[in-house]
Design a protein around this ligand. Structure first.
Ligand code: AMP
Ligand code: MG
Length: 487
C-alpha cells in the first residue's frame, strides 16, 4: 500500500454480500505502469488528491502495482445472456478496489479494467489493450458531457507489456468509476443458484444503494423493479436522441443503477439509419439502433424473471405485475423520447401530433441519409434551415409544418433556438476522429489528436465555437465503420 497518499476513502459494502457474489483477488502487477491519460478533474470531484496522484506512485496504483489506502480488491460474480444465450460470467479482467465516498456523499466503485486474471477469466488473459481502453475513456467521458448517465474513466495506464490478440498490442489498464457494477446479470446469477436469501440480500442492497426511496414502499421489490424500468426507459431515450449505439447490450452489460456501462463495440451513427450496427460480431443486427428499446425490454424481462419470487408468493400475481411493468417500459421510453425530441425541435408545449412531426423528420433523414447530429444542429440555424427548405421539396413540406407548430408556441424565436442548442449536441465522438486519435496515441505515442478530441467532447453543446475538424461525418467513401469487441 502507498500509505496516506491520494485522499482515498474506500469502503466495502459489496463485499459484505453473501460469498456467492465475489472472489477476493488482487490485481497482478505490470512491467512499467505509466499514465497515458489521468483525468484530474474527475479525481478532484471524487475527493482524491489529483496533484499527488499525478505521479509515478499514482500510475502504480492505477496500473495495479500498488494498492491505495483502504483497498480490499475483489472480482464480482455475475451471469448474463450474451446474444440471447445464458452463461455464468463474472469479472474476468476487472478488479474492484473498493467504493470511494466522494465529498458530495456519493458512493462510487473504483475498478481496474484489465487488472489481471481472476477466477472468472475462463480462457481470457485478464488484460486489455491500450486502444480499446482509450476508446472507453473517450466515449464514456463524451457521454458524461452529453448529460447521459454513464460510468466514468479516471485513468488509462500503459503496462509496458504486450497483449496478444490477432496481433500483439500494447497493454493498458483503465480505471473505471461507476455508481456500482450491479448488473441485470448479477440478479440472474443468484436466481440461477435458487438461493432466495441471497436474492433478498442483493435486492435489499441494490435498493439501499440506488433506490433508497422505495425501501418504505408497501411492496418494495415491485417498486424497485418499477424504478429500474423507469431509469432504463430514460437512458435508452437519451441514447436514441444522440444516435448512440451500445453494440453489446447483453444482460451483464446493463447496470441496475441505470448508467451506460461496459463500453465495447459502441459508436455514434453519422447518417441516420435505424438499421445501423457497427459491431463486427453482431452479424444478425441484434443490437442495432432500432432494436435498443426492444433489447432493453428483453433484458428487463430477464431481471423480472430473477425477481419473480420477491414480487408475490402467488406466481400468477407476480407474473401479472411483471408484465404490466414491462409494458409500462415502452410507454415511459416513448414519453422520455418525445420530451427530448420536443426539445430538439425547439418546442416546450405538447400537442398530439408532435411525435408524428418528429417521425416525419427522421423519415426524411433516413431517405436522404442525412447526418443525424448535423441535421438537428442545422434546425437551430435559421437561415440555413430555411434555405434547405427552399431547395429540397420534401424537406420544405416538413419545414412548413414545423414552422406552423413553432408559431403556435407564441414564444420568441431566440428562445426556441436556445432550447434546440441545449438539446442537440454540436459535437459527438465521430468514429473516424476517434479512430484517428486512438491510432496516433496507441501506435505513435502522439497524444495531440486525443487531447484535441477530449477537449472538444467536453463541451458538446457549445454551438458557437465548433472546431470544424470534429463537426463533419467521415467522407462517404471511407466505407462502413466496424467496431470490435473491446478486448
Ligand atoms: P464484455 O463483452 O467486455 O462485457 O465481457 C464479457 C465477459 O468476458 C466478462 O465476464 C469479461 O470479464 C470477460 N472478458 C472479456 N475480456 C476478457 C479477457 N481479456 N480476459 C478475461 N476475461 C475477459
Ligand atoms: Mg461486460
Amino acid at each position: 500500500m502507498v500509505k496516506g497518499m491520494g485522499g482515498w476513502r474506500l469502503e466495502h459494502t459489496y463485499a459484505a454480500l453473501p460469498p456467492l457474489f465475489h472472489t477476493r483477488v488482487a490485481p497482478t502487477p505490470v512491467a512499467t505502469p505509466e499514465y497515458v491519460v489521468f483525468n484530474a478533474p474527475l479525481a478532484t470531484a471524487l475527493g482524491l488528491d489529483a496533484v499527488a496522484l499525478d505521479s509515478a506512485d499514482g500510475a502504480a496504483i492505477f496500473g495495479g502495482n500498488a494498492l491505495p489506502d483502504g483497498a480490499s480488491p475483489l472480482a464480482q460474480a455475475y451471469a448474463g445472456h450474451q446474444f440471447g444465450h445464458f452463461t455464468g460470467l463474472g469479472d474476468g479482467r476487472a478488479i474492484l478496489l473498493g467504493e470511494q465516498i466522494t465529498p458530495d456523499g456519493r458512493r462510487v466503485d473504483i475498478q481496474l479494467k484489465g487488472g489481471g486474471p481472476t477466477p472468472y477469466s475462463r480462457r481470457g488473459d485478464g488484460r486489455a489493450a491500450l486502444g480499446p481502453m482509450l476508446r472507453e475513456l473517450v466515449i464514456s467521458e463524451a457521454m458524461h458531457a452529453l448529460g447521459i448517465p454513464t460510468s466514468r474513466s479516471l485513468a488509462v495506464v500503459s503496462t509496458g507489456e504486450p497483449v496478444y490478440r490477432e496481433r500483439p498490442l500494447p497493454g493498458a489498464v483503465l480505471t473505471r468509476v461507476a455508481a456500482s457494477h450491479l448488473r441485470v446479470g448479477t440478479f440472474e446469477w443468484v436466481a440461477a443458484h435458487r438461493d432466495t436469501p441471497a436474492l433478498v440480500a442483493l435486492a435489499d442492497y441494490a435498493i439501499q444503494r440506488h433506490y433508497p426511496e422505495v425501501a418504505a414502499d408497501a411492496t418494495p421489490y415491485r417498486a424497485f423493479f418499477a424504478a429500474v424500468v423507469e431509469r432504463q426507459a430514460r437512458l435508452i431515450a437519451q441514447w436514441q436522441c444522440v444516435g448512440f449505439i451500445h453494440g453489446v447490450m447483453n444482460t451483464d452489460n446493463m447496470s441496475i443503477a441505470g448508467e451506460t456501462i461496459d463500453y465495447g463495440p459502441c459508436a455514434f451513427m453519422d447518417a441516420y439509419d435505424p438499421d445501423t450496427v457497427f459491431s463486427s460480431i453482431d452479424s444478425g443486427g441484434r443490437y442495432r439502433y432500432a432494436h435498443q428499446l426492444g433489447i432493453a425490454q428483453w433484458n428487463l424481462t430477464r431481471l423480472a424473471e430473477a425477481l419473480l419470487p420477491l414480487f408475490s408468493d402467488d406466481e400468477g400475481a407476480a407474473v401479472t405485475f411483471a408484465q404490466e411493468a414491462l409494458t409500462r417500459f415502452r410507454d415511459r421510453f416513448h414519453a422520455y423520447w418525445l420530451d427530448l425530441m420536443r426539445g430538439k425541435l425547439g418546442l416546450v408545449t405538447a400537442e398530439p401530433d408532435d411525435a408524428a412531426l418528429a417521425d416525419a423528420l427522421l423519415a426524411w433523414m433516413q431517405q436522404t441519409r442525412a447526418d443525424f447530429t448535423n441535421t438537428f444542429r442545422m434546425l437551430a440555424r435559421v437561415d440555413d434551415v430555411s434555405a434547405l427548405a427552399g431547395a429540397d421539396t420534401a424537406f420544405g413540406a416538413w419545414y412548413a409544418q414545423w414552422q406552423a407548430r413553432l408559431a403556435r408556441e407564441a414564444r420568441p424565436l431566440a428562445d426556441a433556438v436556445a432550447l434546440m442548442q441545449a438539446s442537440s449536441p454540436a459535437i459527438i465522438p465521430r468514429n473516424h476522429k476517434v479512430e484517428e486519435a486512438l491510432t496516433a496515441a496507441a501506435e505513435r505515442a502522439d497524444m495531440a489528436p486525443l487531447e484535441r478530441l477530449l477537449a472538444a467532447l467536453a463541451r458538446p453543446f457549445d454551438h458557437v465555437n465548433v472546431p470544424p475538424e470534429f463537426a463533419s461525418p467521415a467522407p462517404e467513401d471511407a466505407g462502413p465503420y466496424r467496431t470490435f469487441c473491446g478486448t
